[in-house]
Design a protein around this ligand. Structure first.
Ligand SMILES: *Cc1c(COP(=O)(O)O)cnc(C)c1O
Length: 379
């Protein structure tokens, strides 16, 4: 692919290229690794910023039938794009007052607390139907889910059983990205004991990191998110294919004399005569201010350090390492791509791939590389 010759040029400062065929490869990789467990897809936060309306139908076409978002409002536009036999779960649970909407939409709430279970059961009783739900138990992360006592009470409730069909019992690992962490085995033990309260109900414990833990962690369904989108699922060499590339447009170059300050606060001072390029992306495009004087862009294999602070709409680069005149206004530099991974950029910003992806926002030309590998398509 040549992402430098994409059209149309909309005059924006950055180009986000999303390789759907790499995403498909990542899904296949996880599905094969965790088989015979089913591989779901977590598409919350607009598929981590990459476009849930593109990602979810593509994965559905590949056979994925289980999807997760955080909020009901994320589910409603997505459901019509999925096959009728697909299931879309609401991770953050059943918000008070949304019961009717959730049932009418056909979304499946993750019941995280007794009041959620009670409200879902009440709606089912009122409608004279049995409604599906996932039940989340807290296996040690202390974030969402029923306590052991609450899970026991729910499992023993004939009223709940009469009106709610628990299609999944789930929990979430706090340390799955650190395979050797003792909390993984402890959570697995706790989850198994809690899930045993719901005999015959399929189990789901593993996120991306969990999918790379031993098969005992995979249960009946795995819930990968970041690994589908090319982020490293655990500390160490990343087995996933890169999905996202990010390039920024050069809008001005200049040469400054020794002692010249650069950017807000003049936090960078040129020690010698220095050539600079200004690129047209900034923190409003999801590039963290923490990259100031730390991160870099790349051009033709040369690292170009960020000089000074990240502005809202622009960043200055020290391009002195390039031959004079090599970089011109209108050229594109790489922020995420073959020379600088998503995880590298995130580390330079003191954050994680998840936060970078979900921050990128809408101020880019977006290009989707077709899953069929048939070429480029502008969104
Ligand atoms: C976000 C989320 C996932 C996906 O996690 P990744 O680390 O991105 O794979 C899975 N399960 C739950 C409950 C989540 O909140």
């Amino acid at each position: 692919m040549d992402r430098y010759s994409l059209s149309p040029d909309l005059g924006l400062g950055g180009r986000l290229t999303i390789d759907l065929s790499a995403l498909a490869t990542n899904y296949r990789h996880i599905a094969a690794r965790t088989s015979p467990s089913r591989a779901a897809a977590v598409v919350k936060a607009d598929a981590y910023g990459l476009g849930a309306e593109r990602v979810a139908p593509m994965l559905a076409a590949m056979g994925c039938r289980d999807f997760f978002v955080a909020h009901l409002a994320e589910a409603i536009p997505l459901l019509p794009l999925l096959p009728p036999d697909a299931r879309l779960f609401i991770l953050n649970g059943l918000a008070p007052g949304t019961e009717q909407l959730c049932a009418d939409a056909g979304a499946i709430p993750v019941l995280n607390a007794p009041d959620q279970a009670a409200r879902w059961r009440a709606l089912a009783a009122q409608r004279g139907v049995r409604l599906p739900a996932a039940v989340q138990v807290d296996s040690g992360m202390s974030r969402l889910g029923l306590t052991a006592d609450e899970a026991a009470a729910l499992a023993a409730s004939p009223d709940f059983a009469a009106h709610v069909d628990p299609v999944l019992v789930m929990s979430h690992l706090a340390c799955a990205d650190t395979p050797d962490h003792g909390a993984n085995a402890a959570q697995h033990r706790a989850f198994t004991a809690l899930a045993d309260r719901f005999p015959g109900v399929p189990r789901a414990l593993a996120n991306s990191g969990g999918a790379f833990l031993p098969s005992g962690f995979h249960g009946d369904l795995v819930r990968p998110g970041i690994a589908l989108y090319g982020g490293a699922p655990f500390d160490g060499d990343n087995p996933m294919r890169a999905v996202v590339s990010l390039d920024a447009r050069v809008i001005q170059t200049r040469t400054v004399a020794p002692g010249t300050g650069v950017g807000y606060g003049l936090s960078f001072t040129a020690l010698s005569q220095t050539r600079l390029a200004t690129i047209a992306v900034g923190y409003a495009d999801g590039l963290p201010r923490a990259l100031g004087n730390r991160g870099a862009a790349w051009f033709k294999g040369v690292r170009l350090p960020i000089a000074g602070r990240v502005s809202m709409d622009s960043i200055s680069l020290d391009i002195s390492a390039l031959p004079e005149g090599a970089l011109q206004p209108g050229d594109w530099v790489e922020l995420i791509g073959p020379h600088q991974s998503l995880d590298r950029l995130a580390a330079d910003a003191g954050t994680i791939s998840y936060e970078i992806l979900t921050s990128l926002g809408s101020r880019y030309e977006r290009h989707y590389l077709d899953a069929a590998g048939a070429g480029l398509e502008a969104a």
